[in-house]
Design a protein around this ligand. Structure first.
Ligand code: SUG
Length: 455
């Protein structure tokens, strides 16, 4: 354990309902793959292989359990009652038959993208010296807005000690407070346990007109509220507007065009609306704490379209224990784009902070617009906070092997769009999740279907 703390990565374990719904407007990959046949088993194994890699590098790797899907309680609330006794299977079958477009909002495996689970502040930045979590309300997209209660429950289990971890409620579920979690939040510091700069990137101001082609999911008002709730001193926060042209090109979250780790910010020239002001604000906030290092990729070297299709910036920027440079863990797609590959070769050989580029296959998630960085929630921790994590969800070689076996047993190899309406899926997925609560030691009332109330 590094004296100044560590960054734990909590990845969303990809759920058995992983499918291509084309549900996310402004996310070009989701749109392009609408109705493709998905491979849930391969998807989950890809995700686990990525987690294994971090664990093998000696980093702390945690797991965010998949959420229950299909979600039945909201369908009941929308008036679906099923035939006969109105069992959950009946409700799912009836809802899918009568309105498949609506039903598909409730069977997405979208909680896999843990970068959207919550915004997390380091204890060193917070007034009360606890790690703060605010689950994202994700109100911009129907299929994602239903994640917040399940996320709150999971985070409370994974980070249980109230002396060290503070859990807030999601922001009010209105577009004015649209919040997409850590995908629009970066932290820079000299060490994970040391005071740093919290950078919030927003797409629009709530009470201004917004006329972009694609939704700007995060509001300034949401970002400011989170900073207030977390008790971050105003001088340690920077609020930066994402560039409208990046959103128009398909950068639906900041983490598609920028990523930070320790003192380094790696970003595309077009990431921010006013780049000089953004970099200046970061420099000012960092004054006396650390010297920020900026690694910029110019549009002339990698056009924004290539950056987005390759997910160059949706990479994990990490320091492998013992290394004196940073490592970028990127999706395979970045190695396959010649301009992107050339830029990576330049960046990692010019003696700057980034010294290595490693590629990982997460193609199943990528086809829904979720790269390596989307799949993980970063949690900066001191040694004593790391010791207070729920131990059942911290990856070990034995747990990884158990989870791989579990996936092979409970996940289908393929899901075609019409398979989603199969009522057998409801029981099949629940049987798997029931076993998962034992594997991860989550207790026997973690999922709604395990509770007598059912919600
Ligand atoms: O919210 N895709 C997700 C991808 C999230 C990526 N996360 C980060 N950038 N941090 C989204 O757009 C597609 C689901 C579908 O179409 O079936 C989806 O929700």
């Amino acid at each position: 354990m590094h004296a100044s703390g560590i960054e734990a990565n909590f990845d969303g374990l990809i759920g058995a309902s992983h499918n291509y719904g084309g549900l996310a407007s402004g996310n070009l990959a989701s749109d392009a793959n609408r109705n493709a046949i998905s491979a849930p088993r391969a998807a989950a194994l890809e995700g686990l292989a990525k987690m294994r890699r971090l664990m093998d590098w000696g980093l702390v790797q945690g797991i965010v359990p998949p959420q229950e899907r299909p979600l039945i309680a909201p369908l009941r609330a929308l008036g679906f009652s099923g035939k006969g006794a109105g069992s959950d299977r009946d409700i799912w079958e009836g809802a899918f038959r009568s309105d498949p477009r609506l039903a598909r909002q409730f069977i997405s495996a979208s909680p896999m993208w843990a970068a959207n689970a919550a915004t997390v502040s380091a204890s060193a930045d917070a007034e009360d010296k606890r790690v703060h979590f605010t689950p994202a309300n994700l109100v911009s997209m129907c299929h994602r807005a239903v994640e917040a209660p399940g996320t709150a429950r999971a985070l409370a289990r994974l980070f249980p000690d109230p002396e060290r971890f503070a859990h807030h409620a999601p922001l009010p579920a209105h577009a004015a407070f649209g919040d997409e979690g850590a995908a629009n939040h970066m932290r820079m510091s000299a060490g994970h346990g040391m005071p740093g700069v919290e950078i919030h990137v927003y797409g629009r101001e709530a009470f201004d007109g917004y006329a972009g082609t694609f939704p700007a999911r995060q509001t300034l008002e949401a970002s400011r509220s989170i900073a207030r709730l977390h008790g971050i001193a105003p001088g340690s926060c920077v609020f930066v507007r994402q560039s409208a042209r990046a959103i128009a090109a398909g950068a639906f979250h900041n983490d598609v065009v920028a990523v930070a780790h320790l003192d380094t910010l790696f970003f595309h020239e077009w990431a921010f609306e006013d780049k000089p002001a953004a970099l200046d604000a970061i420099r000012r906030a960092a004054d006396g704490l650390f010297e920020p290092r900026f690694v910029e990729i110019r549009a002339a070297e990698v056009p924004i379209g290539d950056a987005i299709s390759s997910y160059l910036f949706n990479s994990q920027l990490l320091r492998r224990p013992g290394a004196n440079h940073l490592t970028l863990l990127l999706p395979m797609e970045s190695a396959e784009n010649s301009r992107v590959k050339a830029a990576l070769d330049r960046v990692s050989s010019e003696g700057g902070p980034i010294g290595e580029a490693v590629f990982v296959d997460v193609r199943q998630s990528m086809r829904n617009g979720g790269g390596p960085a989307c799949l993980r929630l970063r949690v900066p921790l001191t040694a004593s906070e790391a010791a207070a994590l729920h131990p059942g969800a911290v990856l070990t070689p034995a747990l990884a092997a158990r989870l791989e076996e579990w996936v092979r047993r409970y996940y289908r190899e393929a899901l075609a769009p019409d398979d989603l309406g199969d009522p057998a899926l409801v029981d099949e997925i629940r049987a798997g999740l029931d076993v998962l609560t034992q594997i991860l030691d989550l207790g026997s009332d973690f999922y709604a279907f395990q509770r007598a109330s059912g919600d």
